[in-house]
Design a binder for this molecule. Sequence first.
Ligand SMILES: [Zn+2]
Length: 73
Amino acid sequence: MAMRGTNGAEDASKTWRLQASDLVWLACPVCRMKLEVYDTEGVRCTGCRRVFPIVDGLLVLLADRATLTSESD
Ligand SMILES: [Zn+2]
């Protein structure tokens, strides 16, 4: 488990799907800005625009796994 959970009651390993509401308690590990849903395979930081991948249903919040994007919206 890469993420620090606050309770162990959830079985999120199989059918967990990322929703925007799940991101409110997450922050970019690089700049600490909020994250937003980018696509089904990643989330994007609203600050530095890094896209963090979702691998096997788990969000990988590691700076060296992130992809930098240049788009601005
Ligand atoms: Zn960031």
